[in-house]
Write a protein that binds this ligand. Structure first.
Ligand code: SF4
Length: 774
């Protein structure tokens, strides 16, 4: 079905006016035809999936044609601001959602800075974009005005220059009276590791959103005009004060995030021996990348829209640049080196010695910027063999300007380096580039080549798909550190931490820590307090980080909480369970949602909504061909042990992992293929598509292990149902085509006239083998 027909069908179920006082519109944008329309989501969508990531999934579920390639312009790119974005401290975020061109799964990426709050305050909750624009386009939105502006003059510009050019042409200033989600050259050139930039550093990073936006020939989405101040109810303001205090009084926020940002995580991971190094061949690396080594170049911190934390560490290596912010902030913090207390006292007195990248006193625009995050330190430090902070800072600034996701780009380079090390690729593949570990000069060059898809950069730009695209031989897959086709996001090697490992394997967008990481598994005080730990996760979880026992309980709780966090727009760093047990939680979100939407909701309701979001994402992934076998981990983690640290010898035991995964499925309500069981699926479908027909099968079929399938795309008759069944179960065509399997509709056998036998929502169908002969 054409995307326009799907939009038409969906809009018939949406409303023309807000369903609660603060609801924003869904803006549908046909880039090819330059047409727009506005609608409002039904109240039951909010009650079942909330906004942001949750409602994005609802929209994608209705608009996805799973047979189409991710870069087909008929696959929509959807932006959604959280329900509380801009209205609660640290609720700064929104998600871009689509089918990922990089992985095999959904694309769903969260970002903050100012764009999501601007979208919301200009009256929109979601923007759904589809169709390839006839020429490069800048979409300009200013309240009711939506314009399609020729963006040809911005093509070829990277992140900083694009923002500067738009500011110049429209006489505006980013963050003040303009917010801009845009792609750099990497997105224009469809690099699969490219993201959508939302500021100097802010990026919707994972899954290749830059390439998806580039495939629509959309250079940027500009929200133009100072946003209106939202009138706030007294109750909302009072609770915001409580939430703000919770955030700013939390130790990890006060002492680490506000002082040095996420790179504080490097040291505990290093001390634990859990730092992915050289494509996870090793798990320890130099202390030269501990966060205090960046002190001399850190002039201060930046932050997102009205966030009280300001966790974003800036960097300036130029002669004029000042450093010293957060200096010695982590000194003596034992939690920052919990497996080796002596490490807590180690201080690095690194000096400001940088004289330009060639040591000749020449500096350029990449010697100053925003970041890095811990992910970038890990991926552009140990993973590729670099140990100097100045190298990491400069590469961070280049990545930000080129619009590249540091996680996927760093992993793609690390993968290539291991293939080089093993002789699987050589100079004939790399165009003569020497891919030895830590070869800074080549790595810097390779980033620019990746953004342009030049030479071997074309292979790095193919990210986790390099084998499928014919760039590497099949044996290269043995060394690809990816799940569901997405490279790992965080630098933690999770062979020790079994809860991290489970989370990475089941995360719906691929190998990513932000969906469900049980970070507090390395917090000794929580592990030592069994009663508190049980209360925290709602069930018994082993205190041993390397045990498999009960880890499914912790991952389930985190996954629900973080899905709700994304749906309301809350930053993960300030959400309970991600960094601390004392940060704002589902009760805080519930209080604000009840006030804002006039619909009472509590923490238990929200926990269920979090699970619904995951359920819908799993149904989407099922439609994209993913099965239980895809909830796994890279081969290396099952077969090779780590060789250093207090947990030397650890790896993942396949049997115990599979048992833990089965317990996770059961606890979640998933069947053996990892999708919601039929009863839950039916409930989700009633809201998602407004249609559900349960089909009972004579025996388990590939993809339908419980002998039951729910068809949730509206079908009018039995013939259409047969087509829908074949579509949903592509591995069971032989069985489904068996002429001896008759349809029984509401207990009545259909012996002829299948196309005249009408079907309605709620009907019960059974496939029954008939016995012929006599
Ligand atoms: S904690 Fe940091 S990333 Fe999160 S909203 Fe605040 S400034 Fe942005």
């Amino acid at each position: 079905m054409d995307i326009r027909d799907k939009v038409e069908r969906l809009c018939a179920r949406l409303h023309d006016a807000p369903q609660h006082p603060t609801q924003g519109a869904v803006l549908f944008v046909d880039l090819e035809r330059r047409e727009t329309r506005r609608k409002y989501l039904p109240g039951e969508v909010l009650q079942t999936f909330l906004g942001g990531r949750g409602a994005n999934m609802y929209l994608l579920y209705n608009l996805l044609e799973e047979e189409r390639d991710a870069l087909d312009p008929e696959i929509p790119l959807i932006f959604g601001a959280g329900t509380l974005t801009g209205d609660m401290p640290s609720a700064t975020r929104g998600n871009f959602t689509s089918r990922s061109p990089d992985s095999y799964a959904i694309l769903d990426s969260s970002g903050g800075d100012y764009f999501p709050a601007f979208v919301k305050r200009h009256g929109y909750d979601h923007i759904v974009m589809y169709g390839r624009a006839p020429e490069w386009t800048l979409l300009r939105i200013a309240h009711e005005t939506v314009e399609f502006i020729d963006a040809t003059r911005y093509v070829g510009l990277d992140n900083l220059d694009t923002a500067a050019a738009v500011e110049r042409d429209f006489g505006c200033t980013e963050r003040k009276d303009m917010a801009l989600a845009r792609i750099a050259t990497s997105g224009e050139n469809l690099a699969l590791c490219s993201g959508i930039m939302g500021g100097i550093k802010a990026i919707w990073a994972r899954g290749g959103g830059g390439a998806k936006m580039g495939s629509l020939r959309l250079k940027g989405i500009m929200i133009h005009g100072k946003p209106d101040e939202a009138p706030m109810a007294k109750a909302l303001k009072e609770q915001n004060k409580v939430i703000g205090r919770k955030i700013t009084s939390t130790s990890v926020i006060k002492n680490a995030l506000k002082k040095v940002g996420t790179p504080f995580l490097y040291k505990p991971s290093r001390v634990l021996g859990a730092l992915g190094t050289m494509n996870n061949q090793n798990t320890s690396w130099h202390e030269t990348l501990d966060a205090d080594n960046f002190d001399p170049y850190r002039p201060g911190m930046d932050g997102c829209f009205k966030c009280p934390v300001h966790c974003r560490n800036l960097n300036d290596m130029t002669p004029e640049g000042k450093g010293g912010w957060g200096s010695a902030a982590l000194k003596g913090l034992t939690g920052n080196a919990s497996y080796d207390k002596a490490q807590a006292e180690i201080e690095h007195a690194r000096q400001r010695t940088y004289k330009g990248i060639n040591g000749d006193g020449v500096f350029d625009k990449y010697d100053k910027g925003d970041g890095p995050e811990y992910v970038t330190v890990g991926k552009f430090g140990p993973m590729i063999g670099l140990s100097e902070p100045e190298h990491v800072l400069r590469l961070n600034n280049i990545l930000n300007d080129l619009g590249l996701d540091s996680a996927s780009t760093g992993s793609s380079i690390a993968w290539a380096m291991e293939l080089w090390q093993r002789g699987i690729i050589d100079a004939s593949h790399t165009g003569g580039l020497d891919l030895s570990w830590g070869n800074y000069e080549v790595i810097e060059k390779l980033l620019f080549m990746t953004a342009k898809r030049e030479g071997f950069g074309d292979t790095i730009a193919d990210s986790a798909r390099a084998v499928e695209r014919g760039k590497y031989p099949t044996e290269a897959l043995d060394y690809r550190m990816a799940v569901k086709g997405l490279f790992q996001s965080d630098p933690h090697d999770s062979r020790i931490l079994k809860a991290f490992a489970l989370g990475l394997s089941v995360a719906t967008r691929g190998m990513d820590h932000l969906r469900n990481r049980v970070t507090l598994e390395i917090n000794a005080r929580i592990n030592d307090d069994a009663a508190f730990k049980t209360e925290l996760y709602g069930g018994t979880v082993s205190p041993q980080p390397n045990s498999y026992e009960g880890k499914e309980v912790a991952v389930r709780r985190c996954e629900n909480t973080f899905a709700v966090g994304d749906a309301v727009g809350m930053c993960r760093f300030n959400t309970k369970l991600f960094n601390s047990p004392t940060l704002p939680d589902l009760s805080d979100f519930a209080a604000q949602l009840s006030t804002l939407t006039d619909r009472p909701v509590d923490a238990t309701d929200l926990d269920a909504i979090g699970r619904n979001i995951i359920g819908l994402e799993r149904l989407l992934n099922f439609r994209l061909g993913l099965r239980a076998r895809d909830d796994t981990l890279p081969r290396r983690w099952f077969e090779e042990s780590i060789e250093v640290g207090p947990f030397k010898g650890e790896k993942i035991d396949r049997e115990q992992f599979e048992a833990m995964k089965s317990r996770f499925y059961k606890l979640t309500g998933l069947n053996a293929e990892g999708v919601p069981n039929a009863e839950w699926h039916e409930r989700l479908a009633r809201v998602a598509t407004g249609f559900a027909v349960q089909v009972e099968l004579p025996r388990p079929l590939p993809g339908a292990p419980e002998k039951m399938l729910v068809i949730d795309e509206p079908v009018g008759n039995v013939t259409a149902l047969r087509t829908a069944l074949r579509r949903r179960l592509p591995d069971a065509h032989a069985e489904l085509d068996d002429a001896s399997w008759n349809m029984v509709v509401n207990d009545r056998m259909v012996l002829s006239g299948e196309s005249d036998t009408l079907l309605h929502d709620g009907d019960r169908v059974a496939l029954v083998p008939i016995i012929a002969g006599g």
